[in-house]
Design a protein around this ligand. Sequence first.
Ligand code: NAP
Ligand code: ZN
Ligand code: ZN
Length: 350
Amino acid sequence: MSKSKGYAAVTAKAPLAPYSFERREPREHDVVIEIRYCGICHSDIHQATDGWSDYQEESIFPMAPGHEITGAVTAVGGKVTKHKVGDKVGVGCFVDSCRTCTECRRGLEQYCTVHTVWTYNGREHDGTPTYGGYSDRIVVDENYVLRMPDNLPLEACAPLLCAGITLYSPLRHWHAGPGKKVAIVGLGGLGHMGVKLAHALGAEVTVLSQSLKKQADGKRLGADHFYATSDAETFTKLKGSFDLVINTVSAQIDWSEYLNLLKVDGTMVVVGLPEKDIPVGAFALTAGRRSLAGSQIGGIGETQEMLDFCSQHGVACDIEVIPIQKVNEAYERVLKSDVRYRFVIDMATL
Ligand code: NAP
Ligand code: ZN
Ligand code: ZN
């Protein structure tokens, strides 16, 4: 074991503070990564405050969050073939899975039916708690480590590892592309990547935001249209408009209202994870043979595909780099939807 330092919440809702813990010695297939940058995902806040307690086993504290990790390889185990010392690499939301269930074998490790090892607030197969990317280094099996694009800044690519793949996967699965009308609900970390990726895939993109404050940004990011959901007329005007609505909102909103914006046979994909249940009206579904679906990040293979797509299309995230000492302040701003459009911690400040 060797010492690692980072920032952690000691109990639910406690502010994040400096914290030291142990990382395992690299095994034969392990890669040791010096963490340079880590994005702040809204999921970090839900978990550090134990906000998903209705749906999950109790969170594990102390908790060092962070699952949008980029850095450089500093050492490798004897049997590692996929990465070498000095490579620019990334780690996303999980660091292992069972590898043998049907979903793992299909490359859908995020839906492993046995045990996905989450990057933090999770347990290794032997029960050891995991600690995330708000820290100086991490030890990960080579099969769960991604190659980062060479032509894009490492800090602007960190949020691709969660926000990027969480939007890329449903956009691909539900065939966003030329001739398709896609709405992205919520222009935060996930939403802004949804706009960039849907635009790069050739879809006609509409942003549905609480107000028009972010309209100029939305257009710059690639949106063709921008509407405020605080204006009731938006819902009348856009009724029956979209093939695909991707809902990234972290809070409880009326899903039925958004289902009504779908064309016949359209799909609303929920990726936002509010802390309480949301009731849905049957008529919003039956009226247009509509579907309500969900999606969770993406597998390792698809995440690499997304990184390669971003490299080819020059797509990275719009970020605000912060020193780790400002992490609690950043959480407050995320909760106020005051983020343009992802906070990324510069780990050199640790
Ligand atoms: P974020 O940066 O805070 O963005 C969420 C956006 O939702 C805000 O910017 C805001 O956009 C909108 N919003 C917030 N509160 C709202 C309210 N009360 N009513 C209407 N709109 C509201 O968060 P994020 O990091 O993108 O994450 C979004 C959600 O996705 C979180 O719940 C997170 O846990 C979840 N998530 C899921 C996955 C997955 O695999 N499914 C992966 C990562 C994250 P406007 O200002 O434009 O209205
Ligand atoms: Zn995330
Ligand atoms: Zn599995």
